[in-house]
Ligand binder design. Structure first.
Ligand SMILES: C[S@@+](CC[C@H](N)C(=O)[O-])C[C@H]1O[C@@H](n2cnc3c(N)ncnc32)[C@H](O)[C@@H]1O
Length: 362
């Protein structure tokens, strides 16, 4: 029997309203746990915010101290301040309308929380929870990042970049997931390890080796393996972060990996992944010789890379290099969802991001 039989003409809009409310709070919470800049948050309209049940839900899904990982206190304070000001704007009858006690108590407690100096705040590592853009399921990944700094310790890998979120969004679709399902993966210049964590946690890959040249990033990724419950007791791991500076041999003990079926010889992989690696023309020759090395010595069959097209000339240098190396470059037809319509892995689309599948010409 159809469900609509039980919904009367008058209750129908209320059901829709309740569903809209739940969905808008869920979306706001997803953005908040990803530490989306407060002005970009999709805050529900004032007539929804004023409702006591909505304010209670905001507390339970965003500010309750038992939630983990909670965003850093200064960020929580900025978001709560914005919400409280919007709720205040919505008050039309001071006798009836009010701000929920739990939100006021949270505000009072955040106000008395000592604030580290701005520079320290910018450098601090924060736990960030990303949710994949599928509307129904809550496929999440936790990373540890310092967002406030672009370049720290000589690397740009302290934060997850738009290209990684774009590629993650593609991998969260059925054709994207098909590319990696059951495969042995290696990620180059992984930074925070976001893509590898998503593959290991949600995409049924055989295993993933997640590499970067910076030791502190690799240690950070190792901590994220634990944070995302990806550690395997007494055996090889599904995801192994390791140091790899392109142009040097990949030094990895195969027994660290779970389900390794590449036999006695060299490490073998099926697919290599990379995001935002084409930002400096000087590193392109090394990147390309590394991709060649992966094709020729590590059994890699395809390299899938997402690139933010900041500089046409740098990107053309990469394409020319692919031609010189006899690589085929195929554009994957996955468009970024406009920012205001995204439902997860939120990222700016103001600069175009393209995804390519690179293979060796036979
Ligand atoms: C712009 S970040 C991208 C990080 C991550 N892929 C993302 O999109 O969020 C570039 C990353 O490449 C790494 N990288 C740059 N040159 C490298 C090299 N020669 N060998 C290994 N990693 C390198 C950096 O350490 C940094 O983590």
């Amino acid at each position: 029997m159809s469900r609509s039989v039980f919904i009367t003409a008058t209750s129908y809009p209320r059901v829709i309203l309740a569903a809209t409310m739940v969905e808008s709070i869920r979306m706001l919470a997803r953005q908040y746990f990803q530490l989306v800049d407060p002005p970009q948050l999709a805050i529900p309209p004032n007539n929804i915010l004023i409702q006591p049940t909505v304010q209670e839900a905001l507390y339970e899904h965003m500010f309750n101290e038992s939630l983990t990982p909670l965003p850093p206190a200064p960020y929580r304070a900025r978001v709560l301040k914005l919400l409280l000001s919007r709720i205040e704007e919505a008050i039309t009858d001071p006798e009836e309308d009010e701000i929920h006690d739990t939100l006021m108590e949270t505000w009072a407690s955040l106000l008395t929380t000592p604030k580290p100096p701005a520079l320290q705040q910018a450098q601090q590592l924060s736990k960030i929870k990303y949710t994949a853009p599928s509307p129904g399921s809550e496929r999440t990944v936790i990373t540890s990042e310092s967002r406030g700094v672009i370049l720290s310790g000589g690397t740009t890998g302290n934060r997850t970049w738009e290209a990684a979120l774009h590629l993650g969004s593609f991998l969260s679709t059925p054709p994207g997931a098909e590319l990696v399902r059951g495969k042995r993966i290696i990620e180059l210049g992984a930074g925070t390890g976001f893509l590898s964590l998503f593959c290991a946690r949600h995409l049924d890959v055989k295993n993933v080796v997640c590499t970067d040249r910076e030791m502190f990033l690799v240690e950070n990724m190792r901590e994220c393996v634990r944070l995302n419950n990806l550690e395997v007791e007494g055996g090889g791991n599904l995801m192994v972060p390791t140091i790899w500076d392109w142009g040097t041999p990949l030094d990895l003990d195969k027994t660290e990996l779970s389900d390794d079926s590449s036999g006695e010889g060299e490490m073998e992989f099926d697919i290599a992944l990379g995001a935002d690696l084409i930002y400096d023309a000087d590193i392109i020759p090394l990147l390309l010789s590394t991709v060649r090395d992966l094709f020729e010595n590590y059994a890699v069959k395809e390299f899938v890379i997402a690139a933010t097209l900041r500089n046409e000339r740098t990107f053309q240098t990469f394409l020319d290099g692919c031609e010189t190396n006899s690589f085929n470059v195929e554009t994957l037809t996955f468009e970024s969802t406009p920012s205001e319509e995204q439902t997860g892995f939120f990222h700016s689309t103001s600069i175009p991001i393209h995804t390519y599948r690179i293979t060796q010409r036979i």
